[in-house]
Design a binder for this molecule. Structure first.
Ligand SMILES: [Zn+2]
Length: 363
């Protein structure tokens, strides 16, 4: 590097530290279904143990839709900065932080865990006994130019992975990694049923299961999505509007059933997913977009020796594993990129289920 170039970089870095912006853009949820792009005060310089991140991209998830619609049970106050998963660049570090440097590309773990309880110490972060809040849902999230975070909650992005793709690691990829490999213990050669294969986590599950050599059966709601699901590796695609998926899975598996069912739809599909399992099969669920409650046949549960896993979020380790998969070429399926001002339009698209893959908000 020439002396001039080095000096220019030094000046830029110096300028960034000496003149933090007074204000920044922030996407504020001000009422149910009402998000506004506002100018608010920029955060102070990061304190002890903190880094400041300049946000570059945000991934949208169903939890954003829940938050946008309004959740009676969620303790939170409005206005609230939205955005639950993001990627960005470290713009400043706290005085004692040596693990991260200005310019590092990172993603952030958006659950404010305590870092000291037994679960945290054992790297089971999503089982933290004192988890304070989920950023972007209970407390201010990542939909802003700058955010201060505990340095222990950021994970470096490997070379070659874009901010757009990395923004899918903390929630979408991390959740699926945790569901398939920590909870359901999916093994190469097994057969898996992925419900709602066109969704952000559905597309991720298809790709992660195919990558280890599983047979993937998935459900979608229209023929265009069926073609796309095949294109990303699904072996069999069932349009649930035309056929009963339980019957098709039974035929496809020679009446055996699948080893693992990947659920996040809820009442519309849950009992059907159980019926698709072979004896001793595993069902893992991370969501319930079609409602909250079901009636379950308990005779079937114990006679068939089903194992059911509730899964929420992931550990910080799962985010690193997800980014490593991206670096090796297993990239998220992107439906749409929208601008910050179109965040709400992105949520409406997600809510309408007219998506195939992830919606990303680019800064
Ligand atoms: Zn903890």
């Amino acid at each position: 590097m020439s002396g001039e170039a080095a000096s220019a970089i030094g000046e830029r870095a110096g300028a960034a530290r000496e003149q933090p912006p007074a204000s920044m853009r922030a996407l504020m949820l001000v009422a149910d279904r009402k998000i506004e792009l506002r100018d608010i005060a920029a955060p102070p310089a990061p304190g002890a143990g903190e880094v400041q991140i300049r946000i570059k991209a945000i991934g949208l998830n169903h939890i954003d839709v829940w938050g946008w619609r309004g959740m009676a049970f969620a303790k939170r106050t409005l206005p609230l900065i939205v955005g639950v998963e993001a990627a960005g660049e470290i713009s400043a570090v706290g005085p004692d932080v040596t693990s991260r440097r200005v310019g590092d590309r990172v993603v952030a773990y958006g659950a404010l865990t305590c870092g000291v309880c037994k679960a945290c110490r054992e790297s089971r972060d999503n089982l933290c006994e004192n988890v304070a809040s989920i950023m972007g849902f209970h407390v201010d999230g990542f939909g802003r130019d700058l955010v201060n975070m505990p340095a222990r909650l950021v994970v470096p992005i490997p070379a070659g992975v874009s901010y757009r793709d990395a923004a899918c690691a903390p929630v979408a990829f991390g959740t699926v990694q945790h569901m398939l490999f920590d909870n359901a213990r999916l093994e190469p050669g097994e057969t898996i049923l992925v419900q709602a294969g066109g969704s952000g986590i559905g597309t991720t599950a298809i790709k992660m299961a195919k990558a280890i050599g599983c047979t993937v059966i998935t459900t979608v709601g229209d023929d265009a999505k069926a073609e796309k699901a095949k294109a990303i590796g699904a072996d069999h695609v069932i349009n649930y509007r035309n056929e009963r998926f339980e019957g098709v899975v039974r035929k496809l598996t020679g009446k055996m059933g699948v080893d693992v069912a990947f659920e996040h739809v809820g009442p519309d599909t849950f009992n059907g997913s159980l019926l698709c399992l072979k004896r001793g099969g595993r069902l893992v669920t991370c969501g319930s977009t079609s409602g909250q409650s079901i009636t379950m046949n308990l005779f079937q549960l114990y006679l068939q020796q089903y194992r059911i896993f509730g899964s929420f979020g992931c550990s910080i380790r799962n985010i690193g594993e997800s980014l490593a998969k991206m670096a090796s070429g297993l990239l998220p399926v992107i439906d749409t990129e929208v601008t910050l001002a179109d965040f709400e339009r992105g949520l409406a698209r997600l809510e309408s289920r007219q998506v195939f893959g992830k919606i990303i908000v680019m800064f």
